[in-house]
Design a protein around this ligand. Structure first.
Ligand code: PMP
Length: 508
């Protein structure tokens, strides 16, 4: 007797789904993000399962995952999986009438981590949807239209949100919307002089004042309080505080996008805005709160949420979100993962800084808790981004069973944002293997002209044409599906943007 005879649900569903006719189907195109391309070309990785901070391929080889921050408490964490499947087994969905699902506990639990005034939770399925909803809230509440964003930011992958993401519109040759205004990101690695912070603040002030002078009204400022997407940039708190002040004075609201940096990852605080001592009017959380299950939330005050009127009921917490969200918080607490992020993260940074002294290519090691960046440069003196070297490292580390990704607008930043169960032993093993790979590279390379010493990198097999509502023409390379890092330096020369890109040097 087979399992199908016994009514095994998996097998019988698979049989029902089998195509009846055997006509030849076109192959499904494989889309992998740029950051992961290096793991897919030359000996492509076929990951078939995952557990905590480890990924396993089809030959059962184990890889240390240093990049999947979405699986916040660990891939397939049994507590989360159990909570989700138990709820799915008994939960029903209906159209048209209310079911008594019992008490929803998640917003109450989440509220314990937040300041009192953030007392209203609107739930949706993705970070992008949450950003779009926040934008609506701000525009309705302030009656303003214009938005201030940070250069190279990414806030999601739907139409309205692309406009708020310089990383996306710059990489895709799309003109900046005239209601969007960009302030320079405070890159204190390159802008190290004592007056740098003041210059960044006055740049932001100029942007805000210009909006006011043209008679437009600011709806909001949206930013990751700690900028993960452009390469883990921890801004000076005075810079963030000053921008919040300017925007509030201009009648706008401030949105903190904590999709990546929230939920204890920085180690010292549960939310990164708390470490910078600012009070956002709206907080956006997503992905990590569901350990990968698609859920997100816009957290704000009752007063701001009221502008939605009756629509507010569309953003309820479902029983499944409730179960998953509570399970993630429970694991975080029981396994002391925030404290672990602080100690493992600082241990990792110390180890990497030791490595930095020995290797010319490591220009900077920075971060907080379990979000750490290594900036790869041609030489410490020039600080020139070395994308080719970063790619070589990612590629070689895969052979050493460690998964890394090169990110940032010059794709030269190795970002370490592993699941929060990453241990000190994992940090040691990562650093040892990194040391081995770095020691294979030729020493003291001062120029990007001589790349012959680097093994040739595999080329993308084909580029994908993407057409979206924004009229994306034809990216040179595939889109990141999660948008972690889309900015393409190769497109820079051909870009025809309406705005001037700021660099630290431009800010005088
Ligand atoms: N904000 C940030 C900072 C992100 O990194 C992302 C995507 N990773 C989003 C928003 C969008 O979230 P989602 O992919 O769930 O739409």
């Amino acid at each position: 007797m087979t399992s199908a005879d016994l009514g095994d649900p998996c097998t019988s569903t698979m049989q029902m789904c089998k195509p009846q006719k055997t006509h030849k189907m076109a192959p499904v195109s494989r889309c992998s993000g740029k950051s992961f391309r290096l793991n897919q070309e030359q000996r492509p990785l076929k990951i078939v399962r995952a557990s905590y901070q480890y990924l396993y391929d089809n030959a059962n080889a184990e890889y240390l995952d240093c990049v999947n921050s979405v699986s916040h408490v660990g891939h397939c964490h049994p507590v989360v999986v159990k909570a989700a499947s138990a709820t799915m087994e008994c939960n029903i969905t209906t159209q048209g009438w209310d079911i008594d699902y019992g008490d929803i506990r998640y917003p109450v639990k989440l509220r314990q981590t937040l300041p009192d005034y953030l007392d209203t939770f609107l739930f949706c399925n993705s970070g992008s949807e949450a950003v779009d909803l926040s934008l609506q809230l701000c525009q309705l509440y302030t009656r303003g239209t214009d938005v201030v964003v940070i250069d190279n930011a990414f806030h999601g992958s739907i139409d309205s949100v692309h406009h708020l993401s310089p990383k996306v519109f710059k990489a895709n040759n799309i003109s900046k919307a005239d209601w969007v205004h960009i302030v320079a990101m405070p890159d204190l690695y390159r802008g190290q002089d004592p007056g740098a912070v003041d210059k960044y603040i006055s740049d932001a002030r100029e942007v805000v004042q210009n909006i006011r002078h043209t008679g437009k009204k600011i709806a909001c400022f949206i930013a990751e309080p700690m900028l993960t997407v452009p390469g883990i940039i921890i801004p000076p708190s005075t810079w963030v505080q000053e921008i919040y002040k300017m925007v509030h004075e201009a009648g706008g609201l401030c949105i903190a996008d904590e999709v990546q940096a929230g939920l204890g990852r920085i180690g010292s605080h549960f939310w990164s805005f708390q470490a910078l001592d600012v009070n956002p009017d709206i907080l956006i959380i997503g992905k990590t709160i569901g350990n990968g299950y698609p859920m997100a939330s816009v957290v704000t005050s009752r007063e701001i949420a009221a502008v939605l009127g009756d629509r507010i009921k569309e953003y309820k917490c479902s029983p499944l979100m409730d179960a998953v969200g509570c399970a993630v918080l429970e694991v975080l607490e029981k396994e002391h993962l925030m404290a672990a992020a602080a100690s493992v993260g600082s241990f990792l940074q110390d180890q990497l800084k030791t490595l930095q002294h020995q290797h010319e290519y490591i220009g900077d090691v920075r971060g907080k808790g379990l979000m750490v960046a290594l900036e790869i440069v041609w030489s410490k003196e020039s600080k020139k981004p070395a994308q080719e070297v970063a790619e070589q490292i990612v590629h070689r580390m895969k052979d050493e069973y460690v998964i890394l990704a090169n990110e940032g607008c010059n794709r030269n930043i190795l970002m370490l944002m592993p699941p929060m169960c990453f241990t000190k032993d994992n940090a040691i093993s990562l650093v040892q293997r990194l040391e081995k790979v770095l020691s294979e590279l030729p020493k003291h390379r001062h120029s990007q002209d001589d790349t012959a010493h680097l093994s040739p990198m595999p080329q993308a097999s084909q580029s994908t044409v993407c057409e979206g509502r924004l009229g994306i023409i034809q990216p040179q390379e595939e889109e990141d599906d999660d948008g972690e890092d889309d900015s393409s330096s190769s497109n820079k020369d051909t870009m025809d943007l309406e705005y001037t890109q700021h660099s630290y040097q431009d800010l005088d």
